[in-house]
Design a protein around this ligand. Structure first.
Ligand code: M6R
Length: 598
């Protein structure tokens, strides 16, 4: 939702500012309606601006800021609109403490009332601003900074990752509770961030903080303590992400780069898991997971579409499975017991709705498993089991390569847990990266986008395994082009949406030769006869014949994987429509990469 960075080390002055700005630029995907930073010296210097990071960069004084330790923040507003005043960092009355925060402080109103009654003056509408004032009060009462910070954190309810600096201290103080925070151990200092890419160009040595832990970083080292204040010995892990993964590598947008990274992403996802000779899939880290009696997949947005696809695979393997929107899962009161495996599909591993569903199900006795991209994320740490999709960092708000990797991971998971045996399936899995590459090498998506960029609305339909991909095609289109789009199972057309069909509403139909092709052609005829342009996304152009105005080719593969490849064509169509419209593709309005509020 928001992005936090921090640095303390041997770098000083403008170097600290550069580290913070670099880090924020890598975290902009987490929020981008305002940004700010603070550096600590004998006083605290704060600069913050409404708008994208470039507004902050312009506002940083030419002679830079003097400081030894600093914190920065990129915001996705929850409490109060995006304004300079609501941007982080927030300070106390004297301006000697500065704080950045990601998450929600649920009890901020009573805390604020209490502090205002004591004479503290607030400048913003945020929940965060109570934190520097609480620290100030504790300092005024005689606490040292560390104790004041700890005492403050003890008063907070909700989810937070908090970082603070204080005048005259070359230290960044941090704490987390249900919001991500990771430390980087560099040669010349220590880093703090909501996500690893923020400091990946400086170090790949990381420490994932746990809920309830406190960290203080300074040039002489890091100290991590638990709730009682006892020092915790934490493992330093090495991440295998390439710094280049977090850059644009010459592409105009991260989204386009990430679309093109998909063959590599799924190669990594597959590595060591399919067994070609036996026709099985073996996932070493899940060896101790018994065959579940039933599976509930919980997820949001794009990940929910992957969950819909995965649930079908489980069912076909004989394991009853259902996919639920995480935000509705608890409401719908799905019964669970110890034979139920609840799979949280979440690329970030931090989505609040998904985390709530997982915690709720785990608390009621279900076994939980996270399918996630982010090592050390909340989902990875809190679930009983974790399956990493290994897609590498995804910066664009619109999920692309992680969706593809989630589908591949769920295909493997369902095979492994059901002990399925099919050489054809496993060989097709292994061939997927090359097939996907051929879609990228030979796509006419840009031409289609050019032709239909002025459409009134876009419809996406499919059946069976292709239905989730139809939903995903529409989500991608609305997310980045801001155009009206709907995606649903094709059979539903005649039950309502057909009323919207005109010659200005192109219909993208995912047609799979071996799955419902005839029925899909029936649906295509329904819309074509009412004037809609039809774009068939298909492995069977010969069967589609003159019923479609255009064809986007999908190479031959196992029929269950055809939609995975078809989706890549739809990603490209959405990208090129948004590109023609000049949209902010990587940072679409109102959206954030990681949604840590329910
Ligand atoms: O990190 P998650 O996979 O849990 O995120 C879930 C959704 O917020 C996410 O998929 C969202 O729909 C994307 N912006 C889609 O492109």
């Amino acid at each position: 939702m928001c992005g936090i960075v921090g640095y303390a080390g041997e770098r000083t002055n403008e170097d600290v500012v550069d580290v913070l700005l670099d880090g924020l630029s890598r975290l902009e995907y987490r929020g981008y309606d305002s940004a700010g930073l603070a550096v600590a010296n004998s006083s605290i210097s704060v600069v913050k601006r409404r708008g994208e990071l470039s507004a902050l960069e312009e506002a940083v004084p030419a002679d830079d800021l003097e400081g030894f330790a600093g914190i920065g923040h990129t915001r996705w507003s929850t409490h109060g609109p995006p304004t300079d005043a609501n941007a982080h960092p927030h300070t106390d009355c004297d301006g000697t403490v500065a704080v950045v925060h990601n998450g929600i402080i649920e009890n901020y109103q009573p805390l604020r009332d209490e502090l205002e009654a004591e004479g503290h003056e607030f400048d913003s509408e945020t929940d965060t601003e109570v934190v520097p004032h609480l620290i100030e009060r504790a300092l005024d009462r005689g606490d040292d900074v560390e104790t004041a910070f700890r005492r403050t954190i003890d008063r907070l309810e909700g989810s937070y990752a908090v970082a603070a600096v204080c005048a005259d201290r070359e230290t960044v103080y941090a704490a987390r509770q249900q919001s991500p925070l990771v430390l980087g151990v560099g040669d010349d200092g220590y880093f703090l961030a909501s996500d690893v890419p923020a400091f990946l160009e400086y170090t790949d040595e990381v420490v994932y903080l746990e809920d309830g832990q406190f960290a203080s970083i300074r040039s002489s080292g890091v100290e991590i303590t638990d709730e009682s204040g006892a020092i915790v010995d934490v493992p330093v892990e090495t991440v295998d992400w390439d710094p280049e993964d977090a850059g644009k590598s010459g592409y105009d947008h991260y989204m386009l780069k990430e679309i093109h990274e998909q063959p590599r992403a799924i190669r990594k996802c597959l590595r060591g898991r399919p067994r070609a000779l036996e026709g099985t899939v073996s996932i070493d880290e899940l060896d101790d997971v018994p065959r579940p009696e039933r599976v509930h997949l919980v997820a949001c947005g794009t990940s929910y579409h992957a969950a819909l696809y995965g649930a079908r695979l489980f069912r076909e393997r004989g394991i009853p499975a259902t996919a639920a929107l995480a935000s509705e899962y608890a409401v719908d009161a799905y019964p669970v017991d110890d034979g139920t495996l609840v799979v949280g599909v979440t690329q970030s591993g931090e989505t609040a709705d998904t985390m709530r569903a997982l915690r709720d199900a785990g608390g009621r006795g279900a076994r939980t498993l996270a399918v996630t991209n982010v090592v050390g994320s909340s989902a990875a740490r809190e679930c009983d089991h974790v399956l990493y999709i290994r897609a590498g960092p995804e910066i664009s708000v619109a999920a692309t390569k992680t969706f593809t990797s989630q589908q591949v991971a769920l295909a493997m998971l369902s095979s492994a847990l059901a002990d399925a045996r099919s050489r054809e399936f496993v060989e097709a899995l292994r061939a997927l990266p090359d097939r996907l590459q051929s879609v990228l090498d030979d796509s006419r998506a840009r031409e289609i986008a050019d032709e239909y960029v002025d459409a009134d609305a876009y419809f996406f339909v499919g059946r069976g395994y292709a239905a989730p991909v139809a939903r995903e095609g529409a989500l991608k289109m609305k997310e980045i082009s801001y155009r009206y789009a709907e995606g649903f199972p094709a059979g539903e057309f005649k039950h309502g949406p057909l009323a919207l069909i005109t010659d200005r509403t192109p219909v993208f139909a995912v047609i799979n030769r071996e799955a419902n092709a005839e029925k899909m052609l029936g649906n295509v005829k329904e819309v074509a006869s009412r004037g809609a342009p039809v774009i068939a996304v298909t492995d069977a152009p010969e069967a589609v014949g003159h019923h479609a105005d255009h064809v986007l080719r999908v190479p031959d593969t196992h029929w269950r994987f055809t939609p995975i490849l078809a989706n890549v064509q739809l990603q490209l169509v959405a990208y090129w429509v948004a590109n023609r419209l000049g949209r902010s593709i990587d940072k679409p309005r109102n959206l954030a990469k990681s949604v840590t509020v329910e």
